[in-house]
Design a binder for this molecule. Structure first.
Ligand code: EPZ
Length: 431
């Protein structure tokens, strides 16, 4: 079993370079299925979710060439096998993008239901509603999603109104619509930076997608997409995680390779807490030298405060002065980490989607379990701010989404290391 062992109390000083965005990469790589020719994708994060999605494409018959540590070339021109392997697909949430991509390219898809972090119910009814509105027949049985275009191989396209803002449904419908015969309009679309990134990737390969980043996206289907080069945007949530780490542990860190605009929602809260944030072209300089104050935070779709930063800001608020109220506005159950924080002396009460955090003078190190990706990142932050030693197991969750997190933190002065002890990792469903 592999653990992270953290001796808390060191303020952080130095520079952290942010990798490519996980939630963009796991959509853009399957989008290569739509393209005739080689897609060169740069700024790809080296994380286990990306390894898995590339493995799935290889199993489908794609040529995948790792050019260097952040660049990959994918050629799906000669895909023959369209049956997605169950064992791989169920490990990752983003495998649902294979439905939109295969349906768009071949008019037919058979994909296992996706896995994913346990955040409460994670239905895919909006994805299915979108495919059906575009002219597909969709059926879910025996753990598989079957989707096909009756009597022809290209989807007609159609009008889709999403009942709730869904990142996954917006991207999946964009994928399905890119090669449709007609036009598709998505209303009440999600506006996250990775939505715009997927649209930019597809447009750079010849698609005609307008309005990404607003709540109405129009996709004129085109006959074919051709190969090309594309660089993925920096990871908003990875950057936000290190911002929360500097807030919790104190110090001064330059966070490089970011798009500051994408981080406005996080910056605003940290500034309200008393952290100095200085914006530069593609970097943010964070400084925290005195005590932090309380804030209230409600998570919302972009440009609101991201749900994927909720556990990390909670870790910082555990050591802020005063009582903060955190409201989860996206997922039903994203407070599973709270019991672990309590082991470290945090004072948190949860009632449904609301958590009340009473700041304490300091947390104390403890053995804890990373129950999902962002919760795991938050536990690292808590460990950095705590007095004494924190041991985190379940770190495979963290490695799904954070490239070399231990090295990046150690380089700015954190006392964190990876330790392997006899025993088995309880790795099961991730995504
Ligand atoms: C994406 O999940 C991200 N995952 C999540 O990040 C992120 O938390 C989430 O978007 C919200 O930003 C990936 O991009 C791979 P949604 P997704 O569809 O697309 C409900 C991380 O830590 N809903 O936007 O699955 C749903 O239950 C992960 O990196 C339906 O009811 O999320 C939720 O309440 C965790 N029916 C809300 O909408 C649907 O068909 C938003 O979900 C789809 C969603």
């Amino acid at each position: 079993m592999t653990k992270y062992v953290i001796k808390g109390g060191n303020p952080l000083h130095g520079t952290i370079h942010i990798s490519g965005a996980k939630n963009a990469a796991v959509a853009i790589i399957p989008a290569a299925l739509l393209v005739d020719g080689v897609c060169r994708i740069e700024n790809v994060p080296q994380i286990s979710d990306v390894t898995l999605i590339l493995q799935i494409l290889r199993e489908l018959g794609a040529d995948v060439r790792i050019v260097n540590r952040s660049t990959v070339e994918v050629d799906c021109s000669h895909i023959r096998n369209r049956q997605v392997p169950y064992e791989l697909a169920r490990k990752i949430r983003a495998s649902y993008y294979l439905v939109g991509a295969l349906l768009s390219r071949f008019g037919w898809a058979e994909v296992p239901l996706p896995g994913g972090c346990d955040l409460g119910g994670r239905p895919i009814d909006q994805h299915i509603k979108g495919f059906v509105a575009m002219g597909a027949e969709v059926d879910v049985r025996n753990g598989l999603i079957y989707a096909r275009v009756p009597d022809r191989c290209r989807l007609p396209g159609g009008q889709v109104y999403l009942d709730m803002v869904s990142v996954g449904a917006t991207m999946n419908i964009m994928l399905a619509a890119a090669l449709a015969q007609g036009m598709t309009v998505i209303e009440n679309a999600a506006k996250e930076p990775h939505i715009v990134d997927l649209a930019n990737f597809l447009n750079s390969m010849g698609a005609d997608i307008r309005g990404a980043g607003t709540d109405v996206i129009k996709i004129h289907g085109v006959e074919r997409l051709r190969g090309g080069s594309y660089s993925i945007i920096p990871d908003q949530i990875e950057a936000g995680t290190y911002m929360a780490a500097v807030a919790a542990a104190g110090g001064e860190v330059l966070i490089q390779n970011v798009i500051p605009k994408h981080l406005d929602c996080i910056t605003a809260k940290l500034v309200e807490m008393g952290v100095d944030v200085e914006e530069q072209d593609d970097a943010l300089l964070l400084r925290r030298t005195s005590a932090m104050g309380r804030v209230n935070v409600k998570t919302m779709p972009y440009p609101g405060f991201p749900t994927d930063m909720q556990p990390q800001i909670a870790a910082a608020l555990c050591v802020a002065r005063g009582t903060s109220v955190l409201t989860e506005g996206v997922w039903d159950n994203r407070y599973r980490y709270v019991d672990e924080f309590r082991r470290m002396g945090a004072k948190i009460q949860v009632d449904g989607k609301v958590a009340v955090i009473e700041g304490v003078e300091h947390l104390t190190g403890a053995p804890i379990h990373a129950c999902d990706l962002r919760a795991g990142a938050a536990m690292i932050i808590a460990g950095l701010a705590a007095q004494g030693t924190t041991e985190i197991d379940g770190i495979y969750h963290i490695e799904r989404g954070y490239e070399t997190i231990v090295d990046k933190l150690a380089a700015v002065g954190a006392d964190i290391r990876v330790v392997t002890v006899p025993g088995e990792d309880m790795q099961s469903q991730v995504g």
